[in-house]
Design a protein around this ligand. Structure first.
Ligand code: IMP
Ligand code: MG
Length: 180
């Protein structure tokens, strides 16, 4: 385990097993119909790549950069889109992939945005959900794991751009916060 990690919350094995279950649910939902998958950079990338390899329908994918977060870990309450999707999602089934829903600010803005683009359907899948922290009434259609209100890193999730490459999801040690 990495020296900055207090505890492993979700192991590689647990994550992989849950992704297999989620992919199975999505395969049942879309029943072979083509979908457009949109990943919110950068946190969702590992989850998205592991997930799409288990999907059996035709898949196109693209990315967005939308963030209410800077280098610090407090949500600002409004979302900026720094990079938009390039594919036309009008009349397409859109599946938005997130790493974590925290306050819900990012997703509630993105949901409105895709509805305005007239997608045929819009679903949200998130690897992690911290329901205790929600300020916007948004729910993901598919959730990997509900987690307590603790700051987690690894498997795509960062603290100040670090720890994304850890293969598991872990809780950062307090000393790491205090040093910054
Ligand atoms: P929201 O708009 O507050 O729901 O913020 C969601 C975004 O905040 C996520 O996509 C993450 O990038 C980031 N975030 C929220 N909680 C955590 C955490 O525990 N670890 C790492 N990133 C987080
Ligand atoms: Mg994110």
């Amino acid at each position: 385990m990495h020296a900055d990690i207090e505890k492993i919350l979700l192991s590689e094995t647990q994550i992989a097993a849950r992704i297999t279950e989620l992919a199975c649910e999505l395969n049942n939902l879309y029943k072979g119909e083509a979908i457009c998958i949109v990943g919110v950079l950068k946190g969702s990338t590992m989850f998205m790549m592991d997930l799409i390899r288990k999907l059996d329908m035709p898949v196109k994918f693209d990315f967005m950069i939308a963030s209410s977060y800077g280098e610090r870990t407090i949500s600002a309450g409004c979302v900026n889109i720094y990079l938009d999707v390039r594919m036309d999602v009008t009349n397409e089934h859109v599946l938005l992939v997130e790493d974590i829903i925290d306050t819900g600010n990012t997703l509630s803005c993105l949901k409105e945005y895709f509805i305005s683009k007239q997608a045929k359907s819009f679903n949200i899948i998130t690897l992690l959900d911290k329901p205790e922290r929600r300020v916007k009434p948004i729910k993901a259609d598919y959730v990997g794991f509900k987690i307590p209100d603790q700051f987690v890193v690894g498997y795509g999730l960062d603290y100040a751009e670090k720890y994304r490459n850890l293969p598991y999801i872990g809780i950062l040690k307090d000393s790491v916060w205090q040093d910054n």
